[in-house]
Design a protein around this ligand. Structure first.
Ligand code: AAL
Length: 419
């Protein structure tokens, strides 16, 4: 081939390359398309359009940050660990005020572990507890009303502790579901079934059925030992009660969440054959959203720090990834029991902070959280994606002595090898 022919070939093939670049490789647009663009997309960009309610978090109805406010009106005995309030129920609005129910422990000492527990010394923060309640006109200042559900006398189930309640309103009556401990938590594990009490009014008096309403699973099933955080909603004409179980034993403990449904608050509850329906999370927090159910999946599991959504209340997908999520959140859900086909979402609730004053005075406090997970609110200040921390907050997540020793060893090894 002479030089001219060669040049012609190079020019021709370059032309081909350029033309093919033009036709197959359209640049991703500068202005973020609101709909998935009709062009070849990377896996991440496909996900950004396929998996979320909007391609940017500010417009994703199920994305939010969380803001916290100290609650007024509740005393904690100088945070000496003898009073705890934790695991709030969802908030309901009745008789012109908000109601919240929670685990209340008042004991002579803070928790001491199962080995040192006695009839009066608690093993865990939720041992020797009762269900108490408080009311509020604004959700910030709460007035404690006292006990709603006491521990039943021996030999009833729950005689050691009743804890972690949540409420259902069904056909004008109120039903409270809660964990009933017959031995100190931690004796084997955090083992308990779910009990139920009912009342005509949110102020009680509550009648305990003293029967297990959600039993533990059969031997070797994931939920054989514990049914925690019972959380009822009305959905598709039924009671949808979500719960969590601890399983795989120490030191491999995992926490996942299941669903049990019933046509009647007394049961029988049928556990969903797909359980666990959520492979992450800790305490249960769900609410009707559009035609489905949204769920908080907080601190445990591969998908912690996400909000998930299931169009059918069963098959959940990640709807957003967030941070500083409320523990044990009990939101105010105006349509929790209306059997809505278009859940409006939530903007606030009560959650808890645990071990607030160190382990020697181990106890929890209730706090208020606010968010924008509502179809009816548009609060751009809740939709940012960065929390600015102070250096001291970051340094609190410091290395422990074991980690420091490992790093010192690594440094010594590297120095020795480079000599
Ligand atoms: C909580 C809940 C349940 C557990 C214990 C008290 O965070 O998951 O209620 O039993 O811890």
């Amino acid at each position: 081939m002479n030089i001219n022919k060669k040049l012609l070939c190079v020019v021709a093939s370059l032309g081909l390359v350029f033309t093919s670049c033009k036709t197959t490789q359209q640049s991703f647009p500068f202005k973020l398309p609101t709909e998935k663009p009709n062009q070849k997309l990377s896996k991440a960009m496909q996900r950004n359009y396929d998996n979320y309610m909007a391609p940017r978090p500010e417009e994703n109805e199920l994305y939010t940050q969380f803001k916290y406010t100290e609650i007024k009106g509740l005393d904690y005995s100088n945070h000496d660990g003898t009073i705890t309030r934790r695991d709030p129920s969802k908030v309901i609005f009745e008789n012109g005020k908000y109601y919240v129910y929670y685990t209340h422990r008042q004991t002579p000492t803070p928790p001491k572990g199962a080995k040192l527990a006695t009839e009066t010394i608690p093993s865990a923060d939720w041992d020797l507890a009762e269900i108490w309640y408080a009311t509020s006109k604004d959700g910030f200042t709460w007035e404690e009303q006292g006990v709603a559900i006491p521990r039943p006398p021996k030999p009833n189930i729950g005689n050691r502790s009743v804890a972690t309640a949540d409420i259902l309103k069904w056909k004008g009556k109120f039903y409270m579901y809660y964990q009933g401990f017959s031995e100190a938590s931690g004796t084997r594990g955090d083992d308990c079934p779910v009990l139920m009490s009912y009342a005509d009014s949110p102020d009680g008096p509550w009648t305990a059925t003293n029967q297990i309403v959600i039993p533990n699973g059969p031997k070797d099933a994931w939920d054989q030992y514990s049914i925690h955080d019972p959380y009822p909603l009305v959905y598709k004409g039924k009671i949808y009660l979500y719960y969590k179980s601890d399983f795989d034993g120490k030191p491999n403990l995992v926490r996942m969440q299941g669903l049990a449904t019933a046509d009647n608050p007394m049961g029988p509850f049928t556990k969903n054959p797909l359980n666990p329906v959520l492979g992450s999370g800790h305490e249960t927090t769900m609410f009707p959203f559009k035609e489905g159910i949204a769920a908080f999946t907080i601190r445990d599991g591969n998908e912690h720090n996400t909000i998930q959504y299931a169009k059918d209340g069963i098959n959940f997908d990640i709807a957003s990834v967030t941070e500083l999520m409320p523990d044990a959140a009990g939101p105010f859900i105006p349509d929790a029991f209306t059997d809505t086909k278009d859940g409006r979402g939530i903007t606030w609730g009560i959650s808890h902070l645990t071990t607030v004053n160190g382990w020697s005075t181990n106890h929890a406090i209730l706090v208020r959280f606010d968010c924008d997970l509502s179809q009816d609110v548009n609060d751009p200040d809740m939709k940012k994606t960065h929390i600015y921390t102070k250096p001291e907050d970051n340094y609190k997540q410091g290395l422990n002595p074991k980690q420091k020793a490992r790093i010192a060893e690594e440094n010594a090894r590297i120095l020795k090898n480079t000599k």
